[in-house]
Ligand binder design. Structure first.
Ligand SMILES: [Zn+2]
Length: 262
């Protein structure tokens, strides 16, 4: 582990396993956040993972990610793994399917509260920030309720060698109005950029678990929020993947923003 990898608040708990995945997976079961690969690896075009969703399920019941070749957006909720196809239609993911990037946790909220909106996206995120216990390096969250509007996106399966940046330019954005459903996701600190999406990374599934995707923006009307602060991040790196330097150029940050925030 590189001592200058990330800020000390996270390095205390950041445990990077260069797989040896079988062995690493076996002892990682008790960890709070379990992450497969890194965002940087996706940017570099490593779009095929070697961890199955069946294996991922052993490490958490809530989370998000993608499938091999960026074949849609993944939403993990109540232990179910759902895929949003390019048009935002949800279907269960077979346990044998593999993921090149995912983060999951065993969700146990320690902070719960209601929000009465409507709130625009920025105000919503500020309301979440305001309730985060101070000193929390990372946090898992689940938000259930009614939304006036959601701007979502998904991605179609990419040809080999496509980078995340290229794929993002072909993303499918769509809108849902007046729906009930659930947001799941994480808040990561700025210094985790590259490992993860810094700030909030949220995916959505509607109440019928029929429509969903990666959240570009939302407008909650009345929702119930659960926060699960996490101090421990376990990252499993596929063979050949290394962690990049923590400090990013403005170009790199813009590239990540473009890909993740649409
Ligand atoms: Zn996403």
């Amino acid at each position: 582990m590189e001592p200058d990898l990330v800020d000390h608040r996270l390095i205390h708990s950041l445990d990077v396993a260069a797989m040896g995945r079988r062995a690493a997976s076996a002892d990682a079961g008790a960890r709070a956040l379990f992450q497969v690969s890194t965002l940087d690896a996706l940017f570099a075009g490593n779009l095929e993972g070697d961890l199955t969703f069946g294996e991922l399920a052993a490490h958490g019941d809530l989370g998000l990610g993608t499938l091999d070749r960026l074949d849609g957006e993944m939403i993990a909720l109540d232990g179910r793994f759902l895929r949003a196809d390019a048009d935002g239609n949800l279907a269960p993911i077979p346990p044998a399917a593999r993921t090149p990037f995912a983060v999951v946790t065993r969700f146990r909220p320690s902070v719960s509260f209601g929000l009465d909106g409507p709130l625009d996206h920025a105000a919503f995120l500020r309301a979440l920030d305001a309730r985060l216990p101070s000193g929390t390096p990372a946090c898992a969250l689940r938000v259930d309720g009614d939304f006036e509007r959601l701007e979502l996106r998904s991605v179609a399966r990419q040809p080999p060698g496509t980078s995340l940046a290229e794929a993002a330019r072909q993303q499918h954005a769509f809108e849902l109005r007046d729906v009930s459903g659930t947001l799941v996701g994480f808040r990561f600190p700025g210094y985790a950029q590259g490992l993860e999406v810094a700030g909030y990374h949220l995916h959505f599934a509607d109440a019928a678990r029929r429509r969903g995707g990666h959240v570009l923006a939302c407008r909650p009307a009345r929702v119930q929020v659960g926060l699960d602060p996490e101090g421990d991040l376990h990252v499993e790196l596929p063979p050949g993947i290394e962690l990049g330097p923590p400090d990013r150029s403005a170009d790199e940050r813009a590239r990540i923003r473009e890909a993740e925030e649409g």
